[in-house]
Design a protein around this ligand. Sequence first.
Ligand SMILES: [Ca+2]
Length: 188
Amino acid sequence: MIQAKHKTVIVFGVLGLVILAWQCPVSAAVVWDETTNGDLSNFIASPTHLPFSSELENSIVNASVGGSSDPNIGDGYDVLEFVVAIEGRLKELRFDSYNGISDSNFDIYLFGSLLYSTTVSSTDVDRNYVEDIKDANPSTILSGFFTIQIANFISIPHPYSMSYLATVPEPSTLLLACLAGCALLRRR
Ligand SMILES: [Ca+2]
C-alpha cells in the first residue's frame, strides 16, 4: 500500500512534469493572414475574433492597413480581438514588420475600454507594447478581452506583421516549488 507521503511525492512529481511540459519552448504560428483569410474587420463594434494558437506560442497576424482615404470604406481600419484567460497575462504585443510611408494609429482596448493609444511606424518594429501598457497602467491585470485597432487613412497600403503572446505568470516558480516539495518529502 502506498504511504501518504509517497502519494504526495507522486502528486508533486506529476504536477512538476505537467508544468515542465507546459513550458515547452516558444514557437510561432500564423493565426490570420489577410492574403488567405481576408481583410480584418473595419469596425470596432465587430472585430475579427482571433485565437491563440496555444499558450506560450506567438500568434502571428499578417495584414495590411491603409489604401483608402475614406475610413469607412476600403482598408482604413484593421480591428481584431483575442481573449487572454483569466489566469494568464498578455506578455508580448509587437510588430515584427511594418512597411509604410506613414504612422498608423494603434489602440488597445481591454473589456471595451481604451487601455492604451499610440502610433506605430517602422521604427517601432520589435518594440514590446506590453511594457508600455504596463508602464501606463501599472495596476491593470492584463488578462481578459483585448481589442486591437490599427488605423491608417493614407491611400497606400501598409503591410505589417504583428504578433501576440500570453502566458500564465511565473510557471517556472511553480515548477521549482514542486521540485522543492518533492525534495523535502524525500528527506523525511
Ligand atoms: Ca486590412
